[in-house]
Design a protein around this ligand. Sequence first.
Ligand SMILES: [Ca+2]
Length: 296
Amino acid sequence: MMVSGRINSLYVCTMTLMFFSTEQLQAQKCLQSYFKKRHIGDSLSALHVISNHSVSSEALCSHYCLKEEICVGFNYKEKHNNECIENCQLSNSKYDDMKKDGRGNGDWVYFEEIQTIKSNNSDTKGEDNFLPVNRAAGVKMKIWFNITDDSVDKLYSDPRYPDDHDNLTILSSFDTGQKFADNYGCKLSALYKALETGNYTLSAACDNTCDVFWGEMRNSTNQKRIISLRMTTGYKQWNKTPKQQSKPIYMEKDRFYRIEAALKEGLKDDYLIIGVQQPNGTFVVPIPSKQLFYEM
Ligand SMILES: [Ca+2]
């Protein structure tokens, strides 16, 4: 059985290298990531799915998973007669954490990542030691009103997103406060100055749903989604689900990094707050405002 599992893992990775040999970044990731076949069964419920895709092979499905920082596995179903269906589900849930989800007599195959992807180094390292000239302390918050539903995906699919926002305000930190409005979405963004070198873990609590992104300061188009919450937590509640925490993120002292977060609120309570565990082990909530800047 162990031999069979290893063959399956290597198969997916090898296929990815064949299809994307010109994409150096993906090749580097693939060398550090393998997918093991865990289960044959049904499709996953929305609770465990980051996104759905229509793909021509399991190798392409694994490629999408490698591009998502929070993806830990994917559920794939082979197409028949070139049918137009979504047959690739990316998941941020481990197989053992999904309990009954995906179990059944279907023909979906769930693959799980068995080695953690390491952060890729940027070639803009020198530039990230300097803040933009036109900056100020705080966090920029863009707001879109009149979007119903709880899911942050409704914000992303709104035709006004991301450029045509209704309102703009500046927060002192990554804390929106509580009960701002109903049926709105917002995007928070700031540059974060690391005060020491080492591994950081970001944590989020929100109502109703939210995502957190992180990346190099200069490369705003290559942000990695490091937290994806599709359930409500309490305000400053940090133990509702392990999905509230990011994987460890390596940052260097005195360098600047871009942190962004999106929130979607339906009705009643609403908030988004982000904390950070620093390399020295201290957990700070919210992220200290003296380390946050926005571009004017
Ligand atoms: Ca709410």
